[in-house]
Ligand binder design. Structure first.
Ligand SMILES: [Zn+2]
Length: 477
């Protein structure tokens, strides 16, 4: 089985063959730290985290570079509004975002690059484009990429730009020779944060930052370039124009884009005021639940964060941990080794088949329902021929690629239970007290009271379960 990847550049699912055997060079555009990270940032970062983890699972040595855009118009504007220094403002949100990405369970990229730490590399890059005629300096000290100097412009987005359009909107960007040209270097306005350059004080444009970081950390050619679909045009198109004009070589072999995030069917936007901040989601839900919700989707499709998505996901993850937990203290020493191994192989093959099909995590999660149903069904039998613990261990290992189900089941369950009890102003003693009061009522054949206690507990999110050894309780998710 070999990995197939949908390549946005060719609009086709292709065999994944790296530039150097066994090595993957991957870059994904990161966050512009002009404020709090939102659920869209979480989605994109989890997708590329899982792609990295699967490539490592498949045996590749992966070098994954991700960036922070820590200087741009929005950062400068938002910092000014807050009365803060733009560098300190960006630092603050980078530190906060780092913490949130850790809490979300993302592994650290091999390199976290920052625009402001690559200024010299950016200046060198721009100078080379000027020297080769791909860029020009305006009379105002801005540097623009000459779009009609790159004949393949539009090959990623398949957007046809009219290169003969020479209309110049001098009012918007004076000094620009063609409307389609884009800024590589922006001269500083008075009082604005700026760096020295051969063209005067200024700061880099957004697109050049990623081209320069790629060249610096990964070289002239990379295997995978990723980002959100909203970056295809113009950002990624411009990255291709810059890098390929400089090197004369194909920049990225595979372009991978994840879908956009919607909230209850609507685009997330400022005007609708329906943005979901990552910190708010993390305050309410654990990382396993959030990752399960985001990965129960094909990454290239848009994801809809409905009101029921996270509660539903919590229910599934809690159930999976509960199945793992129910295996403890069981004895599988009499199990059939060959049958167990065959089951493990079937599960592993199913996992790899799904992931090899363009990292189809939706398919993995769908298949996993069958795996857990299998364990549950075997558990209800008096005896089982399978070593269910060994099967569960394999499922845990495979879910490591999604970084879900990696906690100790009893700890996860205890954490979720105490969270739910807290939300309902309950404690375990209250529940035990209700159980014993209900037992007394039942002894007195006072069924009405017994039913009332049960209903009251259910209202508070607690389900009472009568079994052969008495009554136990669980949270009712
Ligand atoms: Zn980028």
């Amino acid at each position: 089985m070999s990995l197939k990847v949908y390549n946005v550049l060719t609009r086709a699912k292709e065999d994944f063959i790296t530039l150097t055997p066994g090595v993957v060079k991957m870059y994904a555009c990161g966050i512009t730290v002009s404020g709090d990270a939102h659920i869209g940032h979480a989605y994109q970062s989890v997708v590329f985290d899982v792609i990295t983890r699967y490539l490592r699972y498949a045996g590749y040595d992966v070098k994954y570079v991700r960036n922070y855009t820590d200087v741009d118009d929005k950062i400068i504007a938002n910092a000014a509004k807050a009365g803060e220094d733009p560098i300190e403002f960006a630092e603050k949100f980078m530190a906060q975002t780092d913490k949130e990405m850790d809490a979300l369970g993302n592994a650290h990229p091999t390199i976290m690059a920052r625009a402001t730490q690559c200024i010299d590399d950016i200046i060198n890059f721009v100078q080379k484009l000027i020297d080769s005629g791909h860029a020009y300096v305006s009379e105002f000290g801005d540097v623009y990429f000459r779009l009609d100097s790159f004949s393949e412009y539009g090959k990623l987005s398949h957007i046809q730009v009219d290169k003969n359009d020479t209309g110049v909107r001098k009012d918007v960007e004076p000094g620009k020779q063609n409307d389609l040209d884009f800024a590589l270097w922006k001269s500083a306005k008075p009082g604005e944060i700026a760096w020295d350059s051969p063209w005067g004080k200024g700061r880099p444009g957004w697109h050049i930052e990623c081209s320069a970081m790629n060249l610096k950390y990964l070289g002239e050619q990379i295997d995978i370039h990723g980002g959100g679909r909203d970056l295809v045009f113009p950002h990624h198109e411009n990255e291709i124009a810059q890098t390929e004009s400089l090197t004369g070589k194909q920049f990225a072999k595979y372009w991978i884009h994840c879908g956009l995030v919607k909230v209850n069917g609507q685009k997330m936007s400022k005007s609708l005021n329906n943005g979901i901040l990552l910190k708010d989601v993390l305050a309410k839900y654990d990382a396993d639940t959030i990752r399960f919700a985001l990965l129960r989707n094909t990454y290239s499709a848009d994801i809809d964060i409905t009101d029921s998505l996270l509660p539903e996901s919590l229910k599934h993850v809690y159930k999976m941990y509960s199945v793992f937990n129910s295996l403890k203290d069981r004895d599988f020493s009499m199990s059939d080794k060959a049958k167990t191994e065959a089951k493990i192989k079937e599960i592993t093959d199913g996992f790899e088949k799904a992931m090899n099909d363009n990292f189809n995590t939706l398919e993995v999660i769908a298949a996993s329902f069958g795996w857990f149903n299998f364990i549950n069904a075997e558990l209800t039998k008096k005896t089982t021929e399978y070593d269910l613990q060994a099967i569960a261990d394999k499922i845990k290992e495979l879910f490591g690629v999604l970084n879900i189900l990696q906690q100790k089941p009893e700890e996860y369950i205890a954490n979720i239970r105490s969270k739910i009890l807290q939300q309902n102003n309950l404690n375990a003693e209250d529940i035990e007290k209700a159980i014993s009061e209900r037992a007394t009522a039942k002894q007195n054949k006072d069924w009405a009271t017994a039913d009332k206690i049960r209903a009251e507990m259910l209202d508070k999110g607690i389900v009472l379960k009568d079994g052969t050894t008495g009554t136990s309780w669980d949270i009712n998710l």
